[in-house]
Design a protein around this ligand. Structure first.
Ligand code: 5GP
Ligand code: ZN
Length: 112
């Protein structure tokens, strides 16, 4: 398996763990865009939301739930943003589904 995030999930590439459970692994982004920038990835290899099937419905909900738990644990009471880049136009650069949790500063809108 040559997927970067699969290697991070299995520990063969080091990362800074933030949260983990049986379905997902969350870790600090290597190039943070905000004071808090965490990536929440499923342990299972899923390319993107575009590749999700019926079987992944609960997993998608779980990733958002985990991101909200992490936001709470990080004290992001003023708010935060969850982002899921999908495909080329969506700006996805790593082809293993992940939710970005961004917070700790006001975030502009619209995004680029
Ligand atoms: P995407 O552009 O696919 O939505 O997001 C990929 C994210 O993965 C980027 O924010 C990038 O900084 C992060 N990233 C890429 N390579 C690594 C890595 O080796 N370790 C960690 N922790 N983050 C990475
Ligand atoms: Zn993967």
């Amino acid at each position: 398996m040559s997927c970067l995030f699969c290697k991070i999930v299995d520990g063969s590439i080091p990362s800074t763990a933030v949260y983990q459970d049986e379905q997902c692994y969350a870790f600090a982004d290597i190039n943070p865009q905000a004071p808090v920038h965490v990536l929440v990835a499923p342990r299972k290899h899923v390319v993107s939301t575009a590749e999700c099937g019926e079987d992944d419905r609960a997993l998608l909900g779980h990733l958002l739930w985990a991101a909200a738990q992490i936001a709470s644990s990080k004290g992001l009471g003023k708010g935060y943003r969850l982002v899921v880049n999908t495909g080329q136009d969506g700006g996805q650069t790593v082809d293993h589904l992940h939710v970005h949790l961004l917070g700790g500063r006001p975030l502009g809108w619209p995004p680029g």
